[in-house]
Design a protein around this ligand. Sequence first.
Ligand code: PLP
Length: 477
Amino acid sequence: MISGTDILQSAYDPERFRAVGHELIDMLADHLKSVQGREQQAIAYLPPGEQATFWQDDLINGAGSPAHFFQEILSRSVQVQHPRYMGHQVCPPAPLAALSSLVDGLLNNGMAVYEMGMSATAIEQQVLAVVSGRMGFGPNAGGVLTSGGTLANLTALLAARAVKSKRAIWTEGGHETRLALLVSEEAHYCVDRAVRIMGWGETGIIKIPVDDHYRMRHECLPEYLAHAKEEGLEVIAVVGSACSTSTGSFDDLNALADFCEAEGLWLHVDGAHGAALSLSPQYKAVVDGLERADSVAMDFHKMLLTPVLATALIFKNGPDSYRTFSQRAQYLWSGQTEQEWYNLAKRTFECTKLMMGMKVHALLRTYGFELWEAYLGKVMQNGALFADLVRAHPDFELAVEPACNIVCFRYVKPGADLNELNARIRQSLLEDGRFYIVQTQLKTGLFLRVTLTNPHTSGEDIEALLTLIASKAPELG
Ligand SMILES: *Cc1c(COP(=O)(O)O)cnc(C)c1O
């Protein structure tokens, strides 16, 4: 630990920063190379207690240089940049976007008001304009970047409430108002949370059953809406999943849009994972109808190669974005809000926030949309390839035909308790560490789940995973 009278000088010393920084960049580049080359494990799993002891000691004793500290972090973390990382949905960020995070960290422009993030604010709005245009929205679209899809979904639903609810709940409170929305039973849990945070309670979320492909059975919507009305609920929105988190299933967005248009409901699309496909000419048909939504949430940190967190919340009618945190009357009365696109805190939950647009902008100006197209092409093909290899293997089965780079599958053995066996397989893979995959509980049982998020994952990697599971399984039950 550094102490003494020069502590402040030392902490801010540019030359010290330069020296540690160079060392760090070299270390990160070496790490990237070794991880990409599969020279280390995808995860060297340590139980929470062991990590806690180690870091407690490190914090108290502070032994070793900053480089040593960073090295420990690297080796004690899951390696998202590893081609055999196939776990949760976060992407291996493009290193250029990661470097942007460093600039963000040093500049620390908080962005709550224009002067506190002049470049970052203008960049954010430009990025949103370019991206929403590419998604198929018109020039009237607009929005904000938020820290994650969870927050984007809540923000969108607050705007939906301001626009659609009969009462001005923002000013009057929600007494006697029983609002609700319709959403697939497979939707991400954050939609349920948003509903409860808004005070709608458990009757506020009406779950529509899914079909065999885990897509919302949209033909059920009229019946559920009628029933809700009979119960005295004021339904204001439908939330579509593009895609669902567990199985990567896409709701039929055109069908949802038709229904919402006919019934005067708000359509929000939770496209945290899959809305990115709208940016690729090759795959945009998967999310056909997306541009008809009133609002869409799309994570850049899942399919668009940025570090966490960076999420676009786009409104088809841009000015709706100003409704989230303001009452209707104020909005109508004050024409000024529209001119204040540059004071972002008016429209986001966050006051201070990261300069997240910079990470997206850095990629777009350097590589154009081609980088994302290449990435999406690769990971979508890997999803299909994974499914092919599972289908071709006698010991495995798919939970459902995958619609994107999320694949649910399991090992099958006659007579075995498949839930228990597959849970053991996943635990054994975690301890093994050569691959990183997860598991999910579906209606038909517990399944292993992969997200093919790393563009360097090869067919050989996938085959090696299936071979490893098949070799481990017999001794696991
Ligand atoms: C990942 C995900 C979320 C949550 O987004 P965060 O960026 O992690 O907050 C919400 N909805 C869906 C469908 C997701 O896949």
